[in-house]
Design a protein around this ligand. Structure first.
Ligand SMILES: [Zn+2]
Length: 500
């Protein structure tokens, strides 16, 4: 860096829209489950904006919004009202959107996120924990959807009126990785709460970062750009990283940044100008006369608060602290709430003792995930498998007690996943109990030693790998049921006796 160059810092704020997964829409009885449905089949006079049609508040949507707000450590307004945000666009049949402006339902919150350098592609055990402040989260209704084909534009109002939660951060994000970490955490929270899919590819979660660069140490904000058209978390990260580089280059060469709205061209990996600076919109907000104000009393708030489960980050900390698991294990096990619940049920069914959580973690991450993947079952649907957590705990104990060896246990687990039968039944039925009869194992080992004189000499010459081969031969002779520890010890003795 020459003396004319300055080091820059990026300041990012994030605005995110999340569709709430309610049965009906925000202000009418139409089904809100309309992704992929025939266009304009989930509509009624209310969501089509017909004159005289009256909206009714969806209580469940308000509760879902409060749950997200509580998970984001927000204050919940005890009194808010609805406002009309007026603008004209063909996807908005009423000419206004019912929203909240002056008093958002949720405000003044924060969320802690663990930031790792995901772009590097290598897992880091250490993460930097950052606190991102949430300015507000308010409820509104989604708009319809326009599709442009050739010279024609088509409109589908199925989405019109679907409950939408807008979440706005303070400008606290300082890198593309932080933006990525924040959005991943937000997406995970929505899924943990079960209030939405937050699926970016399907438009159920949409985010618009705004960002500016300023000389490091400066407290003034630089010229702000907004980025739109981001269809995945990776796109958000890549677009921000691209813009930081582009703007730094311009500023270092003495140029200035234009205040614009940018789009992201995923295929080319570049941003492009969507709109030049526009004069500030005058949305003419005014109270919605067709809806009563929204009042949240303490009893209702307490009821909703009780529905907020322990979230992923808190669980990760607990797994590391109480179970002694690595950060990696904790992150993997808490990625889906269903898996985390399942894993914890296994641990709870195991007797107290060191290493029990690690054993459960290993089984979940290796065998359980392998079975689900091979059967095309998503992790979030782990409860659809016939096998129950307590049964895996029993299987783990059977290995520990020496009833079966680890190799056999994997096959037993596979069978448990098919039938849901208890491991004891499967082991008895198939005669899989471990062979720990010393006399029987000694015969097997002697036979192996006699059949492989050359390999025995190699082991005596220090080639330990060959010892593994001989163990394998003995295990094969017991059809996989031999007690591995005993085979090891007996084989060692037998080989030593061959020392000339
Ligand atoms: Zn409707």
């Amino acid at each position: 860096m020459t003396e004319h160059e300055t080091d820059y810092e990026v300041v990012i704020g994030m605005e995110t829209h999340i569709e709430l997964d309610t049965a009906s829409k925000m202000f009418c009885a139409c089904s809100a489950q309309c992704f992929g449905a025939e266009p304009n089949t989930h509509v009624c006079p209310v969501c089509l904006g017909m004159p005289g049609a009256l909206p009714v508040i969806n209580r469940r949507a308000v509760e879902y919004a409060m749950m997200v707000g509580l998970a984001l450590n927000c204050q919940i307004a005890r009194f808010t009202f609805w406002e009309r945000k007026s603008y004209w666009y063909p996807d908005l049949p009423k000419g206004y959107q019912i929203s909240q402006y002056q008093y958002p339902l949720c405000y003044d919150g924060w969320i802690d996120v663990d930031v790792r350098d995901v772009a590097s592609g290598t897992w880091q055990e250490h993460a930097e924990r950052r606190r991102i402040r949430i300015r507000r989260a308010h409820l509104e209704e989604d708009t319809g959807k326009l599709t442009h084909i050739g010279n024609f534009s088509y409109v589908d109002y199925n989405r019109s009126g679907v409950p939408l939660l807008e979440i706005v951060t303070e400008p606290d994000l300082r890198s593309a990785n932080e933006a990525y970490a924040y959005l991943s955490a937000l997406q995970q929270i929505v899924r943990y709460l079960g209030v939405g899919t937050a699926d970016m590819e399907k438009g159920a979660m949409r985010c618009e970062p705004n960002m500016s660069l300023r000389p490091k140490g400066s407290h003034e904000l630089g010229v702000k750009v907004e980025i739109k058209n981001l269809n995945s978390l990776r796109a958000v990260r890549d677009a921000i990283a691209y813009e930081i580089e582009r703007q730094t280059r311009i500023l270092r060469s003495g140029g200035s940044i234009q205040q614009v709205t940018l789009g992201w061209d995923e295929a080319r990996g570049v941003t492009y100008i969507q709109r030049e600076k526009e004069s500030a919109h005058d949305y003419r907000y005014f109270p919605e006369p067709d809806l009563p104000p929204l009042q949240v009393d303490e009893a209702w708030l307490a009821e909703v608060r009780a529905r907020v489960p322990e979230l992923a980050l808190a669980r990760q900390d607990r797994y590391r602290r109480d179970f002694g698991l690595s950060a990696y294990d904790a992150v993997v096990l808490t990625a889906d709430r269903a898996v985390a619940d399942w894993f914890e049920a296994v641990v709870a069914a195991l007797p107290n003792g060191p290493g029990r959580a690690k054993a459960a973690a290993n089984w979940v991450q290796s065998e359980l995930f392998r079975v689900m993947k091979s059967r095309g079952i998503p992790n979030s649907a782990v409860h659809t498998l016939p096998v129950k957590p307590a049964q895996l705990a029993e299987l783990i104990m059977m290995v520990e007690r020496g009833v079966i060896n680890h190799h056999t246990a994997k096959h037993v687990f596979e069978a448990m996943c098919d039938s849901g039968a208890d491991p004891q039944c499967i082991v008895e039925e198939r005669g899989l109990a471990q062979v720990s009869d010393a006399a029987a194992l000694r015969d097997v080992v002697e036979a192996v030693v006699a059949a492989h004189p050359q390999q025995v000499q190699q082991v005596l010459a220090g080639q330990e790998k060959v010892f593994g081969f001989l163990v394998g031969q003995a295990m094969k002779a017991t059809r996989g049921k031999g007690n591995a520890q005993m085979i090891h010890a007996l084989l060692r003795e037998a080989i030593e006796r061959q020392r000339a």
